[in-house]
Design a binder for this molecule. Structure first.
Ligand SMILES: *Cc1c(COP(=O)(O)O)cnc(C)c1O
Length: 349
């Protein structure tokens, strides 16, 4: 069986016979039917596209496989990116796999610890800068022009081409497009990529099109506000972006699909993250819960029909950002190693 997004979707991706089939086993992530949240929200067909099952723990791997393959084909020796964390984790992994160098420029002190560990473990050159993601991106745009360098941020067209395969998988799993798709919006590459994937498949096979609903964090919601933000703030570090690179294509996805891009508060994001962990067994990082936060609000306001087929994209794995839990949930204190002490502790929780 074909393995990885390039092998599985070769005829729908910009590759040639000589493009190497770079893969770490990305894609083919499960579309899980909700067991408890859907029914509680009054929705009969809610599904989670669990992108944390990708090899580096986020959807970024889909596009990174293709971007790395094309960089190798173009004889680049170094992958370079700016990152809020997951792009660098992914670039570092694929570079290691292919014997390339990875250079990652990060906003200092603002990358979740698990993601930083990934980049370092894979041997990337990690350069924190005293500034925001948007400033880091401005720097790597110039670095990417230098000989041997391949810029692998989502402004690299192969990233979005690889990411659109997630829409293909959703259609394959459901037998058609869902009625609505909810996902977080940061740099707005993913909402652009999903919309492209749905449109391409619809064009070929008439599977219908979903309404696209993007969620930005209230403190980092430039698209909702209609203006860039110089100091974006939110607990959801993966969408802490003030000037999205794919802004206009995100508006196209929203408008062509008759969807919406709305702001959700950090409180709503953390409540959705907690629910996914405690009611579905799905541990995701805060940003990944933003789509469910928006769906929860819209369902509560009666804006969704009970029979609609809804997909929420859970973009990344929760172990990447342990701090976002440990700040809120105290670690239990140890008790004496006896049955009585354990029973007493159980009684008191
Ligand atoms: C990158 C990322 C996002 C945001 O995706 P964009 O394409 O930048 O809009 C959301 N969640 C996670 C976990 C991410 O890594």
């Amino acid at each position: 069986m074909a393995f990885g997004v390039i092998a599985r979707y070769r005829d729908r991706l910009p590759v040639s016979a000589t493009t190497p089939e770079v893969t770490l086993g990305e894609g083919s992530t499960p579309l899980l039917a909700s067991t408890r949240i859907g029914p509680a929200l009054g929705l009969r067909s809610l599904f989670f596209k669990a992108e944390g099952f990708n090899p580096s723990g986020s959807f970024k791997d889909r596009g990174m496989a293709l971007a790395t393959a094309r960089a190798m084909e173009a004889q680049a020796t170094t992958l370079v990116c700016a990152s809020t964390g997951n792009t660098s984790a992914s670039a570092a992994a694929y570079a290691a796999r292919c014997g390339m160098r990875a250079v990652v420029v990060l906003p200092a002190g603002r990358v979740a610890s698990g993601k930083l560990v990934q980049a370092l473990a894979h041997g990337a050159h990690v350069i924190p800068v005293a500034g925001t993601f948007d400033q880091a991106l401005a720097i790597v745009r110039q670095l990417g022009e230098m000989p041997g360098m391949a810029l692998v941020n989502s402004i690299n067209p192969f990233r979005l081409e690889g990411q659109k395969t997630a829409a293909f998988e959703v259609i394959e799993a459901l037998g058609r497009a869902p009625d609505r798709l909810f996902l977080p919006v940061g740099n707005a590459g993913n909402i652009t990529a999903y919309w492209r994937g749905f449109c391409e498949w619809e064009h070929a096979a008439q599977t219908g099109l979903p309404r696209m609903h993007g969620a930005q964090a209230a403190g980092a919601a430039p698209i909702v506000r209609g203006a860039a933000i110089s100091n974006p703030r939110t607990v959801a570090s993966a969408i802490r972006i003030g000037n999205p690179a794919s802004w206009t294509t995100a508006l196209t996805a929203r408008d062509e699909s008759r969807g919406s891009i709305e702001a959700v508060t950090d409180q709503e994001i953390l409540a959705a993250q907690r629910r996914l962990a405690r009611e579905e067994g799905l541990l995701v990082e805060p940003a990944s819960a933003a789509g469910l936060a928006l769906l929860t609000r819209m369902a509560g306001a009666g804006q969704i029909e009970a029979g609609e087929t809804i997909v929420c994209v859970l973009t990344g794995q929760g172990l990447k950002d342990p701090q976002s839990f440990l700040r809120r949930v105290p670690k239990p204190a140890p008790v004496e190693a006896s049955l009585d002490a354990v029973l007493a502790a159980l009684d008191s929780t």
